[in-house]
Design a protein around this ligand. Structure first.
Ligand SMILES: [Zn+2]
Length: 86
């Protein structure tokens, strides 16, 4: 069991309202949107053995608190990556 913890950095918010997060350590990239439902899209998987966390005003997450399953997965990588660990 690894205890690696990677802190992800908020890159910005795209035109669809997704916050884009980037891990400077392993290159993981994902999009998170909290409204109207919490949605996560993984752009680059990076190091799946590491725990990832991120904080911005109004939102914080870690790989321990699993997000609800999205209702409209848009990227195939979703199927591989969605789990309680990310
Ligand atoms: Zn990472």
């Amino acid at each position: 069991m690894s205890n690696k913890m990677h802190e992800m950095k908020l890159v910005g918010t795209n035109s669809d309202g997704y916050d884009e997060w980037h891990c400077p350590i392993c290159g993981r990239r994902l999009l998170l949107k909290s409204q109207p439902t919490l949605t996560k899209l993984v752009l680059a998987i990076g190091d799946m053995t590491a725990e990832h966390m991120g904080v911005r005003p109004g939102l914080s997450f870690t790989s321990r608190n699993a997000l609800p399953e999205p209702t409209k997965p848009e990227l195939p990588v979703w199927m591989e990556d969605f789990s309680e660990r990310w």
